[in-house]
Design a binder for this molecule. Sequence first.
Ligand code: NAP
Ligand code: 1JT
Length: 258
Amino acid sequence: MDDLLKLKGKNIVVMGVANERSIAWGVAKSLFSVGANVIFTYRKERSLVKLEKLLNADGYEAMIVQCDVNEDDSIHEAFAKIGAGVGTIHGVVHSLAFAHAEDLRNDFVETTRSGYAFAQDTSAYSLIATAKEARPFMTDGGSIVTMSYLGAERVLDGYNVMGVAKAALEASVKYLANDLGKENIRVNAISAGAIRTLSAKGVPSFNTILSQIEEKAPLKRNVTQEEVADMTLAVLSNLSRGVTGEVIYVDAGYHIMG
Ligand code: NAP
Ligand code: 1JT
């Protein structure tokens, strides 16, 4: 299996571990299990502390670099450090998003100019900036994967400005895939089902969302961090070498329902 994946010893950058529930941590665990060399980026010091604890507990070693995707210099410096450390980057997992709480609480029509710009900057533009900085080190080709959500294409109560940012993110995946395809760099999104992570914590209706999915999804359940992580592994791996510009759903089939 490891031979089919061709991820052993590959340098994969994972962005967006805040704690053990983060989708990015699930991806990192799957990557460690197939012998990849994982490089982490984090923003808050609190995330660094959590990440170091998680790595120590499982006996993993990894390079860790700070990166605030709201700052061009921070992204540039992070990838310069990673490039200097590992030489070639084979994959990037962009697993981060942010919006102001009031923009998820209020009606969408109340979205402010600054709240809109902030959600777009953090959650969609950050993929473009990341791809631009990773590209010089992706000299063997590779795979860039981001995390999206169904709110990109359907109106889901409360997702609001994040839905519009995810729509921009999914469109950016296609434009990036077109630009970078000639360098054999693939760019895809995973549209994950709802998972109780730190991001979901501030969402008051999250329990209702999870039970609606359980009732309606073809698989009659919600998805797990591990299921999203394993599909991410497939998209990073040689098994998906013919796939780019795609949005792949890991949502127990929920999105097909009317
Ligand atoms: P999470 O654990 O809260 O992860 C979100 C990450 O975003 C955190 O590590 C956070 O880092 C990072 N982040 C936010 N602003 C940043 C910035 N300016 N610079 C760098 N990092 C920043 O939640 P998650 O659910 O795993 O989210 C990961 C991705 O999955 C997001 O794109 C989310 O939209 C997507 N997704 C989640 C679900 C779900 O139901 N959970 C469903 C579909 C898609 P700090 O804490 O250090 O700031
Ligand atoms: C953010 C938050 C990005 C929550 C997110 C997210 N991507 C997925 N979720 C979980 C979620 C949230 C809502 C929802 C369904 C799933 C919160 C902080 C900003 C970034 O409603 C249908 C609101």
